[in-house]
Design a protein around this ligand. Structure first.
Ligand code: RNT
Ligand code: ZN
Length: 415
């Protein structure tokens, strides 16, 4: 039984030539890779003494931070129950779940097997990341491009191990785990030999990813950045660096929305890079003045990203991951609302009548395009979203807020 408001919305969309049932069915097939690090403020679970670093740090002290793998999994279970559909978990290497104390160059699959078992039970696919920060050997904000070969070798070994772990995860779950490489490497002040640093980074990644793995199990991705705290003058792995690297080496290219100049439009980049790379990974995020990793809102930036993915037919070769962390609000609410915002943006894009929009543009009829884009903003998207959530057993509106509040209250008391 569908609701009256959905029935009415279906007719409105049908009038524009849009099939709401097709949009709902398509949205249900799009997994979002939910980042584990929103749940514990990017601290991780290494038993050895980790340091903070790499210019990434959550700010805020809201009660209820997950302090153990069990707490993080409980929070994730709650979050997934309130996010309609089947999704993934993006795990960082320093979220190992073990009593052992392996250093980064000693990690093995068994240190992550509790995650694999749990994810399998929950029907969640895993993605993975080497962790090149929060470690004494990264204190100079240099890892794979460090002038010291010993340090580079340490991190190369770490990266190799994550690829093997990710490949085993992918094999166990029957879908490729994306293993995303981001390094903090850069220079606080103006360097005089950028080229050597970039050649070292290239050579290190080449060595790290030399062992081939079945693409059905593991996909290498590379993530660029503009600058970070402590590396204001130069980031070794810049956008141009990794765009070229990904093209030459046929890796996935990761675009993080916080890793460009603030006035750049990341949505605009998708169709440009899609001509040269096969697969994309997104780190959907909300930079405010800098790479601040605010929780994503349902704003124009996200709507444009989703529209590009749908209109340019890039969903089939784009892995949608999230990358935000806010410790001033409920971490579970941040996960749930942020992930749902990505889905809502995709649904809106799926519900737009592409044909008249593209036809107007092709005919250089910008008046029609303008009238359409603005009038279409009034379409009853919310009724279709509510129907999607109802079919997939996820609450909306006040019921959702009551759920989020109750869970936050429970963790705030216990932790
Ligand atoms: C850092 C990058 C990177 C990290 C995660 C934790 O600026 O965005 O993706 O946020 O790997
Ligand atoms: Zn990122």
């Amino acid at each position: 039984m569908t609701t009256k408001s959905y029935d009415a919305a279906r007719d409105v969309f049908a009038d524009w030539g849009v099939d709401t049932e097709a949009a709902i069915a398509r949205l249900a097939t799009i997994p979002i890779s939910v980042h584990c690090w929103q749940g514990d403020d990017v601290v991780g679970f290494e038993n050895s003494t980790g340091t903070s670093g790499g210019g990434i740090q959550a700010t805020g002290n809201h009660p209820g931070r997950a302090r153990t793998p069990d707490e993080l999994r409980a929070d994730l279970e709650f979050a997934y129950a309130n996010i309609p559909g089947s999704h993934r978990l993006n795990l960082h290497a320093f979220y190992m779940d073990t009593d052992e104390t392996p250093d980064r160059d000693e990690i093995e699959y068994r240190h992550f097997s509790p995650w694999v078992d749990w994810a399998k039970d929950l029907g969640v696919g895993l993605d993975f990341n080497p962790t090149f920060f929060a470690h004494e050997k990264a204190d100079d904000n240099l890892t794979l491009s460090h002038p010291d070969k010993g340090i580079r070798d340490f991190w190369i070994e770490h990266g190799k191990r994550t690829r093997e772990i990710a490949a085993r995860m992918g094999e166990a779950q029957g879908s490729a785990a994306v293993n995303n490489i981001w390094v903090p490497d850069g220079s606080k002040d103006i360097p005089v030999d950028r080229f050597s640093a970039r050649k070292r980074l290239e050579a290190s990644i080449d060595e790290m990813i030399a062992t081939p793995y079945d693409k059905a199990h593991m996909l290498d991705a590379v993530e660029s950045k503009l600058f970070g705290i402590g590396v204001e003058a130069m980031t070794v792995g810049s956008h141009e660096f990794y765009l070229g690297y990904a093209i030459r080496n046929k890796t996935v290219l990761c675009l993080d929305m916080g890793h460009f100049h603030p006035t750049e439009n990341i949505a605009d980049k998708l169709s440009a890079v899609a001509l040269s790379v096969d697969e994309l990974l997104l780190h959907v995020s909300r930079p405010m003045r800098w790479d601040s990793d605010h929780v994503i809102l349902l704003n124009d930036d996200i709507l444009q990203m989703a529209q590009e993915l749908v209109f340019a037919d890039l969903l089939g070769r784009t892995h949608i991951g999230l990358d935000f962390f806010d410790a001033t609000i409920s971490r579970t609410a941040a996960w749930v609302i942020g992930t749902r915002n990505m889905q809502k943006a995709l649904l809106r894009a799926l519900l737009l009548p592409q044909e008249p929009l593209k036809r107007a543009e092709e005919a250089l009829d910008f008046t029609t395009r303008f009238m359409l884009t603005e009038e279409l903003k009034d379409l009853p998207f919310a009724a279709v979203w509510a129907e999607f959530c109802a079919r997939l057993d996820a609450p909306v509106g006040r019921a959702l807020i009551t759920d989020l509040d109750a869970y936050q209250a429970s963790v705030a008391i216990r932790r």
